[in-house]
Ligand binder design. Structure first.
Ligand code: ZN
Length: 399
C-alpha cells in the first residue's frame, strides 16, 4: 500500500503521515493516483468510527503495477519522516514536510523536503534516495522550494555511497594551526545542477557533515632562475597546486574538497543549519593560498640559487641557504600542499637573501678565477703568510 498519492485535484502529493483530513474518501472520481504506477487509488479508513488508520489501495484491490518503485518511494519517504522527527526534537525547531514538485511525473522521483524553522531562519532539507533523478528534476525542485520559501537555505544531505560520493583523492590543507587531510570528490552532473540552481550539497557521514568547496588544480609555471625539481621532503611535484572557490564550489571546479564538521555544530548553535564553521575554514584556506603560492615561487628561487652556488667562495652564504632549505623541508614535511600561514613569515629570512642573491649571481657563471682582481694587494700579501702557519691540508684547499 502506498504511503503517498498524487492528488490530481490540488496537484499536490498527499502523504498519509501528514493526515488526510478534509479529503474525500473512496475513489473520489479518480482523484488519487499512485506515484509509482500511475494507477487510480482509493482512500480508505477515513470517516467517523473507523478503527484503522487511513490508507490507499489500488483500484480493483490488486497490488501496485510498479512494486519496486512503490517500495522505493515509501522507503525514501520513511527516511525523511525519521529525519524530520529528529530535527523536530531539537529545542526551538519546528519541522514539516512538503512535496513541492507540482507535476505527477516528478512527484515520485524525490521524497518530500523538510522545512525546518528556528527563530527566523528557514532551512529546506533534502534527504534523497540512493539514485538522484535527472539534473532537470533537481533544478526544478530547487526552484520550487525557493519559490515557496524565499531566502531559505536549501540543503541536500547526500549519502557517502558510490552513487553520490565519487572519491577524487585527498588534499592536505593547513588551518587552525595544524595540517588536516580533506577528502575530495568528483562532483556529478546532478550535484553540480543542485549547486548551480542555488542549493547546497552536503554529505552526511555518521555524525559528521562534509561541506564542499571548489578545488581548482593547476601547475605553477617555472620562472627564470627557479628550480622546482626534487625538493627535499616533498613527495609530490611542488608545481602542482590549487586554488579554492567558496563558499560554494564554482562551476568550473575540477573537484570538491570537503570540510568535515560535527553535525551538532550545525544544530546546537544559533546559526541553525548554517555551516558557518565550514565557511570559516574555507576563508582561512583562501587567505593562506596567496602566501602558499608565493612561498613556493620563492623557494624555487632559493633552491635554484642553492644548487647553482659553488661552495668554496662563500661558506656563510651556503650555510644560510641550508638553514632556509631545512626550514622549507620542515614545512614541507608537515604540510606539502598548503604551507602554513607562517610560511609567508618565512619571508624574514629573505632580508639576508638579497645580498646572498647578489653574491651568488656571479657564481652562476663558472667559478671565479683563482686570482680575483678585487683584492689585488691583500691576497698576495696573505698567501705566503698562510702557507707558513696553516697545516698542509688547509694549504692545499687554498690553492
Ligand atoms: Zn501503484
Amino acid at each position: 500500500m502506498p504511503a503517498t498519492a498524487w492528488d490530481t485535484a490540488t496537484r499536490r502529493v498527499i502523504w498519509l503521515g501528514e493526515g488526510v483530513s478534509g479529503l474525500p474518501a473512496g475513489l473520489a472520481d479518480g482523484r488519487y493516483e499512485c506515484r509509482a504506477c500511475g494507477g487510480k487509488l482509493i482512500l480508505k479508513g477515513v470517516g467517523p468510527g473507523k478503527k484503522v488508520s487511513p490508507y490507499f489501495s489500488h483500484q480493483g484491490g490488486g497490488s501496485c503495477a510498479a512494486p519496486a518503485e512503490e517500495t522505493r518511494i515509501d522507503a525514501e519517504t520513511e527516511v525523511v519522516i525519521q529525519l524530520r522527527d529528529t530535527i523536530r526534537a531539537i529545542p526551538g525547531v519546528t519541522a514539516t514536510t512538503e512535496v513541492p514538485d507540482e507535476s505527477p511525473g516528478a512527484s515520485g522521483q524525490l521524497p518530500p523536503v523538510i522545512i525546518a524553522q528556528c527563530d527566523h531562519v528557514t532551512v529546506a532539507i533534502e534527504r534523497p534516495g540512493m539514485v538522484l533523478p535527472e539534473p532537470e528534476v533537481l533544478t526544478r525542485r530547487v526552484r520550487a522550494v525557493r519559490g515557496r520559501h524565499p531566502g531559505a537555505l536549501h540543503v541536500w544531505f547526500l549519502r557517502r555511497d558510490p552513487a553520490q560520493f565519487g572519491p577524487a583523492g585527498e588534499l592536505e590543507v593547513f588551518y587552525g594551526g595544524k595540517t588536516h587531510v580533506h577528502q575530495t570528490v568528483a562532483p556529478t552532473e546532478q550535484q553540480e545542477a543542485i549547486v548551480a540552481a542555488g542549493g547546497h550539497v552536503f554529505w552526511l557521514d555518521g555524525k559528521q557533515v562534509l561541506i564542499p568547496y571548489g578545488v581548482h588544480d593547476f601547475v605553477h609555471t617555472p620562472r627564470p632562475e627557479q628550480d622546482w625539481t626534487n625538493w627535499p621532503g616533498w613527495k609530490r611535484d611542488p608545481r602542482q597546486d590549487w586554488r579554492i572557490s567558496k563558499p560554494q564550489p564554482a562551476a568550473d571546479a575540477g573537484r570538491w574538497g570537503l570540510v568535515p564538521i560535527a553535525l551538532a555544530t550545525m544544530t546546537h548553535t544559533r546559526a541553525f543549519f548554517r555551516p558557518q564553521q565550514a565557511y570559516q575554514v574555507m576563508d582561512e584556506l583562501y587567505r593562506s593560498q596567496a602566501g602558499r603560492h608565493s612561498w613556493r615561487h620563492r623557494h624555487a628561487r632559493e633552491v635554484y640559487q642553492q644548487r647553482n652556488t659553488p661552495r668554496e667562495p662563500a661558506p656563510p652564504v651556503v650555510s644560510a641557504d641550508t638553514s632556509r632549505a631545512d626550514q622549507g623541508q620542515a614545512q614541507a614535511a608537515g604540510e606539502r600542499t598548503a604551507p602554513p600561514p607562517r610560511e609567508p613569515a618565512a619571508a624574514p629570512p629573505t632580508p639576508p637573501a638579497p645580498p646572498a642573491g647578489e653574491s651568488l649571481r656571479p657564481a652562476l657563471v663558472p667559478p671565479p678565477p683563482a686570482y680575483p682582481p678585487r683584492p689585488p694587494s691583500a691576497a698576495p700579501a696573505r698567501r705566503p703568510w698562510w702557507r707558513r702557519i696553516l697545516p698542509s691540508g688547509r694549504r692545499r684547499s687554498s690553492r
